[in-house]
Design a protein. Structure first.
Length: 94
């Protein structure tokens, strides 16, 4: 995820601030994601109204609320165990 200037926008906010205030002032700001873009307003709208005391709290909320466009390969994991009836990878001794 690329913040595209969102970090500077977050740093310039006056704290404390709320989710609703950020959406009203900067909701149209776009984040560049792995597979598209999403507006800050869309991202923060997924959260309950919250009061932030620091820029880092806002950054963590934005990162935690981005949608599936931020994921490279959805539903993929190379850490899942081998399913029943399938043979797993050949063990390699180093």
């Amino acid at each position: 995820m690329k913040f595209n200037g969102t970090g500077e926008m977050i740093d310039a906010l006056e704290f404390p601030t709320t989710t609703d205030e950020i959406i009203a002032e900067h909701g149209d700001h776009e984040l560049e994601l792995q597979r598209g873009t999403e507006r800050v307003g869309e991202v923060l709208d997924r959260l309950a109204t919250e009061e932030f005391d620091t820029p880092e709290q806002v950054r963590l909320s934005v990162r935690s609320a981005v949608g599936h466009k931020a994921i490279g390969r959805r539903f993929y994991s190379d850490r899942d165990p081998t399913a029943l009836g399938e043979s797993g990878p050949t063990p390699l001794s180093l």
